[in-house]
Write a protein that binds this ligand. Structure first.
Ligand code: GDP
Ligand code: MG
Length: 778
């Protein structure tokens, strides 16, 4: 029987993992290997995918993929290892702060004082990396991109240690790249060679986490293991023998709680020590001569000898390279440049091992690593039988992913988020800022009049700066509020559930549940949304998702909606804005159906961890909000400021650089006039509107800034509701801003980016023309 045949609540033991390629490797890396006990928790409300429990954590899997995994319910035939359940022998419990015992090098040959100690922070997703990173660096962090790719690269200086740099790597489960983010992490360690690795391990799912640890150890770089979430683990009665674990892993192990800032100082001192004295892991060999006749052990060592010279020449860690070769990693294979003889020998060695071990190469390697992990856990860890957090998560999930409740709750949560952002909190804060800006404007205006400042300058400051940048600035609160809610949804673990619940629906439009995450982020800003598609493991899904996210109305378009709604649709703002969002989604769905037939192939498999629900840490949220706010302010005072001044200049002067009295004679009017005939059928054939829309290409907020500069209140009111409706629809759908286009270009290349601009403008034009048509008929 296969996993698919199990009913919710039933348990079984895996006998065989079918399928092929990267997906299969990913199953194995996630701990789904022969001999593992799995329990089906539930099916998603729409019947697919399923939620599994194994090794103390929850995993999602599509039914089609579950059909590839053979299981047996006959427990006697396949004795399950009682992993991590038996308390170890009674050794003294080492607490926090007992100082580093485990160091192989004391004070010989330290790196020179001037050397910058560069650390990589590596760990599974949701293991607490960001929390620890924020604790370590405080505010000394900077965000950039990994060279050549658009994945965020956060680095910072460890508090109180000037000559250090720590980089937060994307969360990974193994060193076999499955998504492009995993590739980034692996390349960082292999190529940039940090002085040491801080490996953060979630003690509450210790066996799966150690799987990555073992592969990191194989890299041979100095390393410390930080056992995170100790507060939760101890609170549930869990128990770890740290000293024994250090012995077995060959590196210092430090119990910490990143969230409570416990053990972090100690972690830092160990990390500095291993980096400074370049203390390599004492152990890299986890294969066992007595395990199934030592087939894997002999195979590994034979390959190590075979490739040693190549690995040294190519500067790759030999133990790591050998393991990857056996797993069939083509990238490493080509990097090593083996000759034909050696490649053939390699194949023979692997074949021999497979026949002796009775497992294929990937499963055999995964099994070997897990066999050692069992030993470590048996010796050093006593897991709590019941974890309060898990019970709590199960209870919450009964509602949030329940058969009848999941979708109503999802809609309710999203509606609540939108209502709070646009109906309640946002406008309140916005009002405050607006009042401040207006007051300042009044003061400045008075000063300038009393000082009889040149009228052109007065106009620049009042119409240009205050009118333009000022009105954009007042949208800061809404943007920050939106990101606040999105980050809460993500940090709490709910976003992963949304992906689980919506997977089947998204498959209908040719995507997987994972694509919903970039799309939801797209409601905040298209730039990070496009970046976050990096977590999608197939290029087809990535492409489709990137093309769809711009239809999810971003926060920068809010000023446009707010502006028009407040003038033309007073009192109906909530409905109109919600309607626009829904329209964006609808157009996105139609576009997806089109893409689905264009891009052949299947959506990516849906293998994802469902973390326990956790209360988001205020510090993490604050850090994110600070980042977004400064980013926005930075743009308001750079791009938007320049755009506003340029627009002000072009509309104040004619081609002879004389100040015009009527903006209609200005340079701007003549240029924009060229586009006016095209925009006429869409109801937007006014040069001022055209100009505003063009300036929106720089940044969407500029549309409002430009309108403020170009329109007097009366002129605006004269436009009428129909024009306003066309304008809203057009702004919703037309080209994303330059920054978004730039990130699309980085993901998909120049041609696609240009295509997005053209095709979205065409769609927007058609939709706005449709609005006109409907308006005329009514
Ligand atoms: P990342 O995905 O690895 O960056 O992990 P995060 O730093 O975002 O943390 C994931 C979740 O675990 C967040 O909700 C954190 O608040 C929580 N968390 C992190 N460290 C600890 C800890 O030491 N104890 C507890 N109880 N929760 C933690
Ligand atoms: Mg993180």
């Amino acid at each position: 029987m296969t996993l698919k045949d199990l009913a919710p609540g039933q348990s079984a033991v895996v006998t065989q993992v079918g399928g092929a390629g990267a997906l299969r490797q990913h199953f194995l890396d996630m701990g789904l290997i022969p001999g593992t006990e799995v329990t089906v928790v539930k099916l998603a409300p729409m019947g697919d995918p399923m939620e599994l429990r194994l090794r103390g954590y929850e995993l999602t899997l599509r039914l089609a993929d579950a059909g590839e995994i053979t299981v047996t319910r006959d427990a006697a035939a396949h004795p399950v290892r009682e992993s991590c359940e038996t308390p170890a022998a009674d050794t003294r419990h080492p607490g926090l702060g007992e100082g580093g015992r485990f160091h192989s090098r004391k004070d010989e040959d330290p790196l020179p004082e001037s050397a910058v100690l560069r650390f990589a922070l590596a760990g599974n997703q949701n293991s607490g990396k960001t929390t620890l990173f924020n604790q370590l660096t405080g505010s000394n962090q900077h965000v950039g991109n990994f060279p050549g790719v658009t994945v965020d690269r956060k680095s910072g200086v460890i508090r109180g240690h000037k000559d250090t740099e720590i980089t937060d790597l994307p969360g990974i489960y193994s060193m076999s790249p499955y998504s492009s983010e995993e590739l980034v992490s692996r390349d960082f360690v292999l190529q940039e060679k940090p002085k040491a690795i801080i490996n953060i391990v979630d003690i509450t799912s210790i066996d799966r986490s150690l799987y990555l640890t073992m592969q990191l150890l194989e890299m041979g770089l100095p390393m410390v293991v930080a056992l995170n979430m100790m507060d939760e683990f101890r609170g549930n009665g869990g128990w770890v023998d740290i000293n024994a674990m250090e012995q077995m892993l060959g590196v210092p192990v430090v119990p910490i709680s990143a969230a409570k800032n416990e053990g972090v100082d100690e972690l830092v001192s160990h990390a500095l020590h291993v980096a400074k004295y370049q203390e390599k892991p004492l152990r890299q060999d986890f294969c066992d001569l007595n395990d199934h006749g030592g087939a894997v052990h002999r195979c590994l060592h034979a390959v190590i000898h075979l490739i040693e010279d190549h690995a040294v020449r190519e500067d790759l860690p030999v133990r790591f390279a050998a393991g990857k070769l056996i797993e069939g990693d083509n990238q490493i294979l080509s990097a090593l440049k083996l000759d034909r003889n050696e490649t053939e020998t390699l194949e023979h060695i692997v074949l021999q091992m497979e026949s002796e071990r009775g497992l294929d190469h990937s499963a055999a390697m995964a099994e070997m690593r897990y066999a050692y992990i069992y030993k470590v856990c048996d010796r050093c860890v006593a897991k709590p039988r019941r974890s309060r957090e898990h019970i709590r998560s199960e209870r919450i999930d009964r509602v949030l992913t329940g058969k009848y409740t999941a979708i109503p709750v999802f809609i309710g949560v999203m509606a609540l988020v939108f209502y709070l952002t646009f109906g309640l909190i946002g406008p309140f804060l916005q009002g405050l800022i607006q009042t401040g800006v207006d007051a300042l404007q009044g003061v400045v205006e008075k000063l300038m009049i009393s000082g009889s400042v040149n009228p052109a300058i007065q106009s620049l400051v009042i119409d240009g700066l205050f009118g333009g940048v000022g009105s954009v600035l007042s949208f800061l609160p809404i943007i920050v509020t939106m990101f606040f809610f999105l980050s809460i949804l993500e940090d709490s673990g709910y976003l992963a559930r949304i992906a689980f619940v919506m997977d089947k629906l998204l498959r209908k439009i040719g995507l997987s549940g994972r694509s919903i995450v970039p799309m939801l982020i797209g409601f905040g800003c298209t730039v990070p949304a496009v970046m976050s598609t990096r977590t999608l493991p197939s290029s087809r899904d990535r492409k489709m998702t990137v093309l769809l996210t711009p239809f999810m109305s971003c926060t920068a378009k809010l000023p446009i909606y707010g502006f028009f709604v407040s003038v033309f649709f007073k009192g109906q703002s909530w409905w109109i804005i919600t309607g626009l969002y829904l329209l964006g989604i609808l157009v996105g769905i139609l576009a997806a159906l089109l893409f689905k037939s264009l891009f052949k192939g299947e959506a990516v498999p849906f293998v994802m961890e469902l973390p326990n629900y956790r209360l988001p840490r205020p510090m993490n949220v604050l850090h994110l909000l600070w980042e977004k706010a400064t980013d926005f302010l930075h743009r308001a005072f750079s791009v938007i400021l320049i755009a506003t001044i340029a627009v002000w200049f072009l509309q104040s002067f004619d081609f002879h650089f004389n100040l015009v009295t009527d903006a209609h004679d200005s340079i701007l009017a003549s240029i924009a006039g060229l586009l006016v005939p095209i925009m006429k059928p869409a109801g937007l054939g006014d040069w001022r509107i055209v100009t505003s829309l063009v300036s929106g290409f720089m940044a969407k907020e500029s549309v409002v800034a430009t309108m403020e500069v170009l329109f007097s209140a009366d002129a605006l009111a004269n436009l009428g509701r129909l024009t306003a409706a066309s304008m809203l629809v057009f702004s919703l759908l037309y080209t994303p801003c330059v920054a978004a286009i730039a990130s699309i270009r980085r993901e998909l290349g120049r041609k696609w980016a240009a295509g997005v601009v053209l095709w979205q403008c065409a769609i927007a034009w058609a939709a706005a023309a449709l609005v006109q048509l409907i308006g005329l008929l009514l």
